[in-house]
Write a protein of this length. Structure first.
Ligand SMILES: Nc1ncnc2c1ncn2[C@@H]1O[C@H](COP(=O)(O)OP(=O)(O)OP(=O)(O)O)[C@@H](O)[C@H]1O
Ligand SMILES: [Mg+2]
Length: 391
């Protein structure tokens, strides 16, 4: 298989006199998640649709796994490329199972395989197959329907998945959850994903590579860390800067406080770590692996000492020996650890060493005075499901 799942070669798209995509040259490496981001109308959707031939280029060529899309039958091509859009458009009269297995059925896959496939895919997107497989789309929430959309896009086991603002119609909490799941899923199934968004926070959270577009022109194509460190011009600076921080004030509810620990994936860079810490207003991050397993912690010291090394990942500089506890550790012990440990938080792991949350001084206080929990500020990484067990 060629190194690149998608290659745009001098691609131009004109609608009438207007060039909406101008001489696009872009390679999407196999197995990576590339986000395309830019203001409304800059040509993101058009670019995506040229890959599966919902739109044909005016000039240039696009290769998918090394073969020109021009030479391929559009219907066949689309069956081999996953596609997820904002309002997913499940078929209302089909069950979830029928929706998910539609393309494999069209491709003539055996009934036996399909049975296991539904189960596997629902598991993958975090929905219990025994509950959801026989339901109809209207019996699912918006976020659950988007998950089905992701499952459906993966059903024919495509090498490539195109996603056009798949989460943008969702509330902030479902959105963050789905972003987390997509990152995990990407690590697990190694698909190549071309993901369109106009939310820089989303791009920074999930992307291996970010392509910034403006008026149909690719302005910068870099890793998130490089984009943050070296924005090419004022436009990029503004886009990664002010736009990104505008979402800081979003309101979090108790549920959000209950479940969100401030974590970062092992392969992220240090500039990214700083942005996450600033955004979440915490002085430490917890590094987790692809299965949610705890790996270590990262504080200001580790970042400060290693920041000059642009190639280092958070997992290279994290501390692996910080104290941790489990849900069964008694509170005095956790408090003692908290006192001894200068970082201000103790990661809590389950019996399989996966991170379930953190205990901070603030979370302990709110557990001792439960009615005040609504007063806990969103910037405190409180895990109430942990603190709730501390009485
Ligand atoms: N079928 C069409 N005919 C004429 N112009 C079109 C057509 N489709 C898109 N355009 C124009 O092409 C430009 C790019 O559109 P596109 O949908 O690719 O933008 P986008 O980056 O996806 O924007 P958004 O963030 O709003 O989804 C826009 O100016 C749009 O008006
Ligand atoms: Mg669009």
């Amino acid at each position: 298989m060629p190194d690149h799942a998608v290659e745009f070669r001098h691609v131009v798209k004109r609608f009438g006199q207007t060039k909406v995509v101008q001489d696009l040259n872009l390679s999407v490496p196999q197995g990576r998640l590339v986000t395309m981001i830019g203001p409304s109308g800059c040509g993101k959707t058009t670019t995506l649709k040229m890959v599966n031939r919902l739109i044909d280029p005016s000039e240039g060529d696009i290769l998918v796994d090394g073969a020109s899309v021009r030479q391929q039958n559009p219907v066949e091509l689309r069956r081999n490329i996953g596609y997820v859009i904002q309002h997913i458009g499940l078929f209302p009269h089909m069950t979830i199972e029928e929706n998910i297995t539609l393309v494999p059925r069209l491709k003539g896959e055996k009934k036996r395989n399909l049975l296991g496939k539904t189960e596997e895919l629902l598991d993958l997107v975090g929905l219990d197959p025994s509950i959801y497989r026989h339901r109809f789309p209207r019996e699912l929430s918006g976020g659950q329907q988007q998950r089905i959309g992701v499952a459906r896009a993966l059903a024919a086991d495509p090498n490539l998945v195109l996603m056009d603002e798949p989460f943008s119609a969702l509330d902030p909490i479902s959105r963050e959850q789905l972003q987390d799941e997509l990152v995990k899923l990407q690590l697990a199934v190694k698909k190549t994903i071309l993901f369109v968004t106009h939310d820089m926070d989303e791009a920074l959270k999930i992307a291996d590579q970010i392509v910034l577009m403006k008026n149909g022109v690719m302005v910068q194509n870099d890793s998130p860390d490089q984009l943050l460190r070296h924005p090419k011009d004022e436009f990029v600076r503004e886009f990664v800067g002010e736009k990104r921080f505008s979402s800081v004030g979003r309101t979090l509810n108790v549920q959000d406080v209950l479940t969100s620990a401030v974590t970062i994936a092992a392969n992220r860079g240090l500039a990214e770590a700083i942005v996450v810490m600033r955004r979440r207003k915490v002085n430490g991050l917890i590094i987790t692996g692809s299965a949610g397993e705890y790996l270590g912690v990262l504080g200001v010291n580790e970042i400060y000492e290693n920041y000059g090394d642009e190639l280092s990942h958070v997992s290279d500089v994290m501390s692996k020996n910080a104290p941790t506890a489990t849900l069964n550790t008694d509170l005095p012990t956790v408090l003692m650890l908290l006192e001894q440990e200068g970082r201000g938080y103790i990661p809590i792991l389950d019996e399989r060493e996966r991170l379930v949350g953190v205990v901070t001084r603030a979370s302990v206080i709110s557990a001792m005075a439960p009615p005040l929990i609504n007063e806990v500020k969103a910037d405190e990484p409180v895990m109430a499901n942990v603190s709730g067990k501390l009485e």
